[in-house]
Design a binder for this molecule. Sequence first.
Ligand SMILES: [Zn+2]
Ligand SMILES: [Zn+2]
Length: 85
Amino acid sequence: MENMAVQCPKCGKIHHLKSRSDMVVCDCWRICPICGAEMTPYTPDTAPKTYALDGLRELQVLVACTRHSPPFYGLQKPVEVRWDA
Ligand SMILES: [Zn+2]
Ligand SMILES: [Zn+2]
């Protein structure tokens, strides 16, 4: 069986896909760029109506590293790594 190696454009980590239509989510978005620790997911406590306009409601899970003062808030979304050829 084909085993396709792809590289995360963000962190350079190598992932293996089962097929060309396969996709993996790299977990580097949860790593704090300052200290390298895994950050804690949190949901912004914004009132839903402020970002539920036009039915466009994007569930955004953010991450925070509480080791810093003030905490570092990651805004990066998970990196989807696909076969890109
Ligand atoms: Zn990555
Ligand atoms: Zn940190």
